[in-house]
Design a protein around this ligand. Structure first.
Ligand code: HEM
Length: 84
């Protein structure tokens, strides 16, 4: 959750964010994390946000989180495919 917070805070600084996500994705490969696991975690994250935010979890907020998580997960997955 801290790392997701960092990623959100650095959305306007891709030169800092992208290398950090690439390193994170490569480490996750070593933890045994595979592509399909990112979908499960994404579903759990959205469910947690919906429960925690209640009425504040508007369609717009949901769409923004789907976009951000999708971007983070795809950077991490791409990096996991590159030999370290
Ligand atoms: C947005 C996606 C994710 C983010 C931002 C994230 C973030 C992190 C961070 C910051 C760590 C601490 C270690 C490090 O920096 O390398 C970590 C560890 C770990 N993550 Fe993730 N993660 C994500 C997705 C996943 C997924 C999809 C799985 C698998 C279901 C997963 C499983 C793990 C495991 C097994 C560890 C190591 C725990 C340990 O040995 O203490 N993560 N993650």
């Amino acid at each position: 959750m801290t790392m997701i917070g960092v990623a959100v805070a650095k959305l306007d600084k891709p030169d800092v964010l992208i290398p950090a996500l690439q390193g994170l994705g490569q480490r996750h490969m070593g933890y045994g994390v595979r592509d399909a696991h990112y979908d499960s975690v994404g579903v759990a994250l959205l469910k947690t946000l919906r429960q925690g935010l209640g009425v504040a979890f508007t369609d717009e907020v949901e769409a923004a989180w789907i976009a951000v998580y999708g971007e983070i997960a795809s950077r991490m997955k791409e990096a996991a495919k590159v030999p370290a």
